[in-house]
Structures are given as C-alpha cells and as structure tokens.
Ligand binder design. Structure first.
Ligand SMILES: [Zn+2]
Length: 264
C-alpha cells in the first residue's frame, strides 16, 4: 500500500490512517478569491462569505459562469470592495476523497466505511441550484429488477439498450456507485449526470430507478448492473459488503487539486 495524492502534512500519518478534512465544518471566512475555469481558460474574482476556502478548492459560483466548475487559485482576506461588483462562491466540493482504494478494472474500489459518500460525490459534479429531480417528481411502481448473474434476462433489456449500456461501461460513463446496507446510489454521465437508486437483494438489482427521462429500463441502470455483474463474476467485487466504486479518471480529477489523505 502506498500513500498518494498527499502534500505537506503527511508525515504525521501512518499509511493506514486517514484524516477526513471536511470543508463545511470549518467556520466561514470572508474572502475574495480568484477562480480559474480551465475549460474556458478564464480566471475571475468572486466574493465568498459561506465557506473557509483555500487554494485548490473546487467551487461553483453565481453569475455568468453558474454551473461551471472552477478551482481557487488564490484567497485574499484583506479587501475593501463594493459587494454589488462581485458574484459569489455558492458551493464548494467536499474534499478530500477519503478512504482506502484499490483499482478494479477502470474503477477505484473501497470497502472503507469513510469512503466518499454519494452526497459528497454529488458536490463535485452537480451544480447546487440544479436539483437532479424536478420539483414535481413522482415515483410509480416497484422499480426495475436486473438479475446480476445475467443482466440480459432483465425485463426490458432489449438488444439496443443492452448495447448502449455496454458502451457506457466501456467508456467510463459510470462515475460512481455505492452500496450501504443494501441500498445503492450511482451517478452516470450521459449528456448530463443522472442519479440512480436501487437496492441489492438476492443477487439482483431491485427497486431501481434512474433520473433520466427514458421510459423503461434505461441504459444507465443496465450499465451499472452489467459492471457490477462483471466485477462480481470475476471475483473482483464482493457484493455482500458495503462498497464504493469511483471511475478512475474522476478519482484522479478529484484528488488532483488537493492535498489528500487517500490510500491506494
Ligand atoms: Zn437512465
């Protein structure tokens, strides 16, 4: 086991010890921050009075770039400004990724109880003012059922949907899957992020729903089932335990900008 993604303070830690540093438990410190938006090659200044921000934090802001992800490049706590001149920082991703992980296929797997929760993952990729579920959401029926020993057999798993689901597995679209006490949550990125909920019982995904608009068993649910089925079939994943799976590319994206206490 080796430590990775760490920075200046790691000498205090033993390799198996993980210290979660949760942003929101810190008292907010008013600051003026520079935020870099890599995809737009732009850096802008924002006012912050909600968080205790530091360099490297991943944030969402108000204004023109609402919904885009930026990284803090500098923090100033001495300033005299006219507030109306500034847009604000409205959310910060909860960092770091905590827990011990092992690579499995194109995912990072953790059985650690402190590994990243679905709500924490959500803060990384979902704009806080855009809920996944609409205000008038209704749930009807008992959800979809997909047998994990053979996802082909799921009712509604038509060949076209199955092929699309396989493609989603192959192209790293499944960002995150976790199961706690038999209750699963997953995030799959299509044209946007979709949120999936399900239970695992009797070696099957049950009571499964996805937030996408597709009417029927969708490629997102099927993709998650196929992935879990393959990993469990290879003996790489123990479905009877609580676990967290994070796409490897996303994982490294999440730890790239921050000092971490993650063991891999
Ligand atoms: Zn879906």
């Amino acid at each position: 086991m080796r430590m990775m993604g760490f920075g200046r303070d790691d000498t205090k830690e033993t390799p198996d010890m993980v210290i979660p540093q949760v942003n929101e438990i810190l008292e907010p410190v008013k600051s003026l921050v520079r935020v870099r938006f890599e995809t737009f090659d732009r850096e802008l200044t924002y006012f912050n009075d909600l968080f205790n921000l530091k360099e490297g934090d991943r944030v969402f802001v108000s204004g023109k770039l609402a919904g885009k992800v930026g990284y803090i490049t500098s923090v100033t706590t001495k300033f005299r400004i006219r507030l109306s001149d500034y847009e604000r920082v409205i959310a910060v991703a909860q960092t770091p990724v905590h827990g011990s992980y092992v690579p499995v296929m194109d995912k990072m797997l953790s059985y650690d109880s402190i590994a990243l929760s679905p709500d924490e993952f959500r803060t990384w990729f979902f704009h806080p003012e855009e809920p996944v579920d609409g205000p008038e959401e209704i749930i009807y029926g008992d959800g979809y059922v997909i047998p994990l020993d053979d996802p082909h057999k799921a009712e509604g798993a038509t060949p076209p949907v199955f092929d699309r689901a396989l493609e989603y597995c192959r192209t790293g679209k499944i960002g995150y899957v976790s199961v706690r006490d038999g209750v699963g949550r997953a995030y799959v990125a299509g044209s946007e992020w979709y949120e999936l909920e399900f239970t695992i019982r009797n070696n099957a995904i049950q009571e499964a729903y996805c937030s996408c608009p597709y009417a029927g068993l969708c490629k997102h649910l099927l993709a998650v089932a196929i992935m879990l089925s393959v990993m469990a079939g290879n003996g790489k994943l123990d479905l009877t335990r609580d676990f967290v799976l994070i796409d490897t590319n996303r994982f490294y994206e999440m730890i790239r900008h921050n000092e971490q206490a993650v063991t891999v």
